[in-house]
Write a protein that binds this ligand. Sequence first.
Ligand SMILES: [Zn+2]
Length: 341
Amino acid sequence: MRGVILQAPGDVRVVDRPDPVIEKPTDAIIRVTAACICGSDLWPYRGADPVHEKPMGHEYVGVVDEIGSDVHSVAVGDVVVGSFVASDNTCEICEAGFQSRCIHQVMMGSIGTQAEKARIPLADGTLVIVPGTPTPAQARSLLAASDVLGTGWFAAVAAEAGPGKTVAVVGDGAVGLMGVLAAKQLGAGRIIAMSRHADRQALARRFGATDIVEERGKAGIAAIKDLTAGYGAHSTIEAVGTQESMAQAMGVTRAGGHIGFVGLAHDVQIDGRELFVKTVSMLGGLAPVRRFLPELINLIMTDQIDPGVVFDMTLPLEEAAEGYRAMDERRAIKVLLETQR
Ligand SMILES: [Zn+2]
């Protein structure tokens, strides 16, 4: 099969990779019908994480092609979505709703789903069946549910976005935009998107943002305080993962507020004394997307949400390198890769 590897930072190649095989009785093999490039794929692409000949990709929608002898809840031919972490969905961590930290977790990034096929470990726990046949638009939205939508949703839930709350969203990448959509669905009245890019501002408004703040740093904090009678946001989504974005999130959140942080942290330092004085709740990390998938799939298949519009570039798998370049240069918000020839 064909699949994407990152040979070295900046060097994306589409190569012949061995077809996946059932390795454990709980595995399934899927034919990947669509995959995509994640903002987090840019960290190794830019050399921030060490990398050598790494298979890439952890988001996927597919059709079950083969199942192991101990797989019971999915069958060959089922259309399925899973998250970027394979999980048994039965251990105590999973039962508490944190499937992304399942005691048996397997990171799908170690398998690489930017490929024609993929092995899905713990298939019964990992895969969720899509009822009916998705339209092309629904299929794109299901792919978003695999990571960015589920991650934005978790951030909004962690930030306790809901009726009567003002939500601030730091980061206008795909996850931040999905956080806006989630906050809207969860009933937040006021949603402030922090963005400097006209195209992303427009998408944020489409997904439910009521206000846009272009300023950053101290000016950004001041702008959000101005919009909230001096208090700051009740609920803040941090969807970038840098020192600046975390400081921004802390700065715009009111005392007693909640921060949901889902940007993959790189060199973020939090000062203990500052955190102590700040008096906020913080929950974040690897988003347990599996917790939300059944609900998200239902919202998508009944056309109540259309997160798939976040894909603003579609390329054949063979042109993955151009997709990485486009996202790196911010010419694209999120790139969908068509994996079937
Ligand atoms: Zn588990």
